[in-house]
Design a protein. Structure first.
Length: 685
């Protein structure tokens, strides 16, 4: 016997709840709608309060135009909106939401209360809602809005989100996950609506996790919420009359590369997603950035609303629009132009020890040092427990580039008879111009290189890699040792040793793809070799054999000239047919090794590198480069500050992105203390 189930019409409340669940899938969706309403109401201040990732409480307070008392009864009904009165308006409306669905949807899955005051009303009104309708605060009372005290603007509170949709509630992972999504949405809107002040905090805390200022610029807010990427951004702006759209935004330059793309996209001022635009952007950058590298993009498009189809996805997140291909092409072209024109080279000055130079001063670049440090991460500031680029580290007490620059100015002012841009007389200046060479990344297929890379992996100590790649820099202890923090522990790192290994790995990793440090005045290899031989003989490191200096110099120079092409293709060297060195590889961005080491490096290219077998050649050459570029204490004390600065800002960040720690490094990374223990000690003090 079979029973035929009878078909029942679903209860209207259930239908509404299902519909609501499609629009509001999680707290962050609800909040997005509420933020958009506040912005539509002309607010300049928006404060958000969250409990349990928005599941317990989502509250938003704005200072916008408010809701009239007579409208309060219907704002939570479906299809009520002050922004749309006839169907044709659907196509021309420019405000954020325009379907009159958001408040209604939220009221079907949460307890809603609204307190609001318009400027012309003597007092504020408060009302509670359920399932789209006004409800009384206590059974038996009137449901009408009650007069109360309040400021101009609107406060909307949604409590117990999805209290009546248990399956949805269960599907939401964790309050902290939901809270991160909320912060993501708030930070997107805060950047796009720079000028409006946004605050977002958890209930029970006094510190806001996001707090932007009234009148801040977009860049200010990007810097605040995404950190130092703000110094690597290029503005993009264009109008395409024929396609009826404008674009405006900021895109990261070719120097910036992170593991995951940050893409803040707004179409007609709504945060949306578009996989086709995203793909086009990834395409442009794939030729500019190292493999696996991604950009930071903030892009605001204003399209003719007629052409936007926001109804594709219930949450209206993924959008499609008419003339998509043409518009995407226009966007791509604009980005390309911006990236190309930013490709001009920058110049750095560095001084080399040449024969007769008696008092060279420190390497110094002409850029503000801070601009060359890039935290290679796009994790918003608020997700850090402790950040290493903005919080005070020990180096504040050791070296402050600004102070140093000021000190240098004073020095120059004192010797005002000499041109301050000229180096001291006895030294010869070698200018390196650092060029960001835009070339398609070459995929390396040489077995020798692939094997060398594999060998690195084989010797890995995973725990040590984790320590270094997730470290927080504390400060240099001296010219060789630095303190870092990883989780609860503090470690002493011998960075002279560690940086040598690091450079070796980067050379293999960037094989064929390194940039160049161009020398303004060509360096005569012969002259430098002569200096090196003097040094070696002086140190007694070169046996007194029968071969004359001249013979050694000639033999090495000839070898290098003969290998110039290979050295260029694989290692970005430039050596002229006459034996002049014109360019060195740029192994770490903006990092110029101490030119004091150049003579000995050239000599060792002759004595230590095995030029015969391919794999041995790459191995020994990479090792020599590592020795040359590694962080070694400078010979002169006046170079110390600059050296420590480079160690912190150029070398240590690379441990986070490029490093596989070999077991052999273990003895050079010493655990010093466990923070938990230290705190215990402090507590006792
Ligand atoms: P829509 O935004 O599509 O009009 P909503 O359901 O989001 O639909 O909002 C319904 C109406 O409630 C809006 O049209 C607006 O008149 C009013 N409203 C909602 N939030 C606010 C607010 N923060 N300030 C002023 N009015 C608001
Ligand atoms: Mg709305």
């Amino acid at each position: 016997m079979s029973t035929i189930p009878s078909i029942k019409k679903l209860d209207q409340a259930v239908v509404n709840r299902i519909a609501a669940g499609e629009v509001i899938q999680r707290p962050a969706n609800a909040l997005k709608e509420l933020i958009e309403n506040s912005l539509d109401a002309g607010s300049t201040q928006i404060q958000i309060l969250i409990k349990d990732g928005g599941l317990k409480l989502l509250q938003i307070q704005d200072n916008g135009h408010g809701i009239r008392k007579e409208d309060m009864a219907i704002v939570c009904e479906r299809f009520t909106t002050s922004k749309l009165s006839k169907f044709e308006d659907l196509s021309s409306i420019a405000t954020h939401g325009f379907r009159g669905e958001a408040l209604a949807s939220i009221s079907h899955v949460a307890h809603i209360s609204i307190t609001t005051k318009t400027a012309d009303s003597p007092c504020a009104y408060r009302a509670l809602y359920a399932d789209g309708k006004l409800i009384p605060a206590q059974p038996g009372q009137s449901a009408d809005p009650k007069p109360c005290a309040g400021n101009n603007g609107t406060q909307i509170t949604a409590e117990d989100l999805f209290f009546n949709v248990p399956t949805r509630r269960k599907a939401l992972k964790s309050p902290s996950d939901e809270y991160n999504r909320i912060l993501d949405i708030v930070s997107r809107y805060a950047i796009h609506n720079a000028g409006v002040s946004f605050a977002c905090r958890k209930q029970g805390t006094t510190m806001a996790d996001i707090q932007t200022k009234n009148g801040a610029s977009i860049l200010d807010n990007i810097r605040l919420l995404h950190g130092s990427v703000a110094s690597e951004l290029l503005p993009v702006k264009n109008t395409f009359d024929q396609l009826g759209f404008t674009l405006d935004g900021y895109v990261s330059n070719a120097n910036y590369s992170v593991k995951k793309m940050t893409f803040l996209l707004f179409i007609n001022h709504r945060a949306v997603e578009s996989s086709s635009i995203k793909r086009a952007i990834e395409n442009i950058y794939s030729t500019l950035l190292p493999k696996g590298g991604h950009p930071f993009i903030y892009l605001s498009l204003e399209l003719d609303p007629k052409n936007v189809d926001v109804n594709v996805h219930p949450t209206k997140k993924e959008v499609h629009f008419l003339y998509e291909d043409k518009i995407i092409e226009a966007i791509s072209d604009t980005f390309q132009q911006a990236l190309e024109s930013a490709n001009s080279s920058r110049t750095f000055y560095t001084q080399a020890l040449l024969p007769g130079a008696s008092n060279p001063t420190s390497d110094a670049d002409d850029e503000e040092p801070s601009s060359s440090s890039t935290r290679s991460s796009n994790v918003p500031e608020y997700k850090y427990v402790r950040t290493d680029s903005r919080v005070t580290t020990l180096d504040t007490f050791l070296y402050n580039p600004e102070n140093a620059a000021r000190a240098a100015e004073t020095l120059n002012a004192e010797s005002s008879s000499t041109d301050s841009s000229q180096p001291p007389v006895a030294s010869v200046t070698t200018t390196c111009s650092v060029e960001v060479i835009k070339k398609t990344r070459v995929e390396v297929r040489l077995t020798s290189v692939l094997n060398l890379r594999k060998e690195i992996k084989k010797q890995e100590n995973a725990k040590l890699t984790a320590i270094l790649s997730n470290h927080t820099f504390i400060g240099c202890v001296d010219d060789v040792l630095a303190l870092i923090q990883h989780e609860q522990s503090i470690y002493l790192v011998n960075y002279t040793v560690a940086s040598e290994e690091l450079i070796y790995q980067i050379v293999l990793h960037e094989f064929c793809n390194m940039g160049q440090l161009k020398l303004s005045t060509p360096v005569s290899i012969r002259e430098y070799l002569a200096v090196a031989l003097d040094i070696e003989r002086h140190n007694g490191t070169l046996p007194d054999n029968l071969v004359s200096n001249e013979e050694i110099i000639e033999s090495i120079t000839t070898t290098l000239i003969a290998r110039a092409e290979m050295l260029h293709e694989y290692f970005s060297f430039e050596i002229s047919a006459e034996g002049d060195l014109l360019a060195l590889p740029m192994i770490i961005r903006d990092y110029i090794p101490s030119m004091d080491k150049l003579p000995v490096f050239l000599l060792r290219l002759g004595t230590e590198v095995d030029w015969e077998s391919e794999k041995q050649c790459f191995y020994t050459l990479s090792k020599e480069l590592a020795l040359f570029y590694s962080a070694e204490p400078p010979l002169r004390s006046e170079e110390r500050e600059d050296y420590l600065w480079k160690v912190q800002h150029l070398i240590f960040p690379c441990f986070k992105t490029h490093f596989v720690a070999p077991s052999s490094l273990k003895e050079f990374v010493t655990p010093l203390a466990n923070l938990a223990d230290l705190y215990k000690i402090f507590e006792r003090c």
